[in-house]
Write a protein that binds this ligand. Sequence first.
Ligand code: PMP
Length: 403
Amino acid sequence: MPDVFDKCRTWHAYETVVTAGVYPYYRTLTDRTDATTVQIEGRQVLMAGSNDYLGLSTDPRVIAAATTAAHRFGTSCSGSRLLNGTLTLHEELEARLAAFLHREAAIVATTGYQTNLAIAALLGRDDVVFADRRNHASLVDAIRLGHAKHRRYRHNDMAHLKELLSTADPAAGRLIVTDGVFSMDGDLCDLPGIVELAQQHHARVMVDSAHDIGLLGVRGSGAAEHFRLEEQVDLVMATLSKCFGSLGGVLAGPAEVINYVRHRSRSILFSAAMPPANAAAALAALDIIRTEPERRHRTLDLAEALHNGLRALGFDTGRSVSPVVPVHIGDDMTCLRFWTELFAEGIFTNAVMPPAVPDGQAVIRASLSAQHTDSHLARTLDAFAAVGRRLDVIPPIPPSTYQ
Ligand code: PMP
């Protein structure tokens, strides 16, 4: 008789990688000093693979806010926002995030993933959603959960988006959904192109600013502000688990839309509310993001230096404009070896494999935070150079030194 567990017995991908000694996932942090330094399985390593882009998760002010909230409200909301789980902290956070994002209203959910799932409530049978092929998995899942038709356009390809919009049912409601900064490549969406097409084809626009809130734009409110297109974007989603050093997500937009989502989204209705400590941490982080712009400038400067340094060594780093620096390796096994050797050199990065990226396009994803020093940057580059040469990913002599 077939057994639902059969697939687990016949799945050997994990075993193969563990046997080869190159398994990079679920590595255990035994201690954490700050955004730059962690102990993994007893070894101290430089953290170059975290989304704590501003280094706020260990900021004393953020920790103090979280601790005070835990003492005041306990460690859990013990229920959903709808029933018993709405705190003054959530309401304050929503009001302040709505103001920061220049929106009428906002709702926070327990994770960024759930925040994106919440948009499923907006995707009815008579609607069509147009999504960039490289959008984050949580947006893909939100669309699967909704009832709208799903049209995927090639990454940042406005001609393709135009074609899909032109051939869609004229009676359908339309939503274009894109990451602001794409999570694997660190590149920006073509928001001016998207907004122009949205206006021509009566579509609404939603931007997932998970990787750009706190970083891009004059005030640091993300991609829409960066492009000066805040008015033309209808919905902004962002996570609080990256620049905010906390956990949770926010969806901001017109008051009637947010009120509808608040009452109709299953990922919000049927899950416990964001814990008090996380809401308070996000509020404290928002103050810091608003008042200490030098942090985001440092993060972006370091990212640019990392990007340029890697490119000078001969690596292909794509078109990143964010702290997400992808180093294109290609073959899965080479990527896993690369990760393992970097780890042996004392540098922790992320190995990103299919299905997070297309087949044959595995990348090492590196990110430094505002707390990293120039010497951390130099150590990271030295390790990449040594491993890249050893594994023949880059030439023995940097191309920049050729005459
Ligand atoms: N959107 C994007 C673009 C992301 O990169 C992520 C997280 N990697 C999420 C949403 C989900 O956010 P969270 O981790 O807070 O659930």
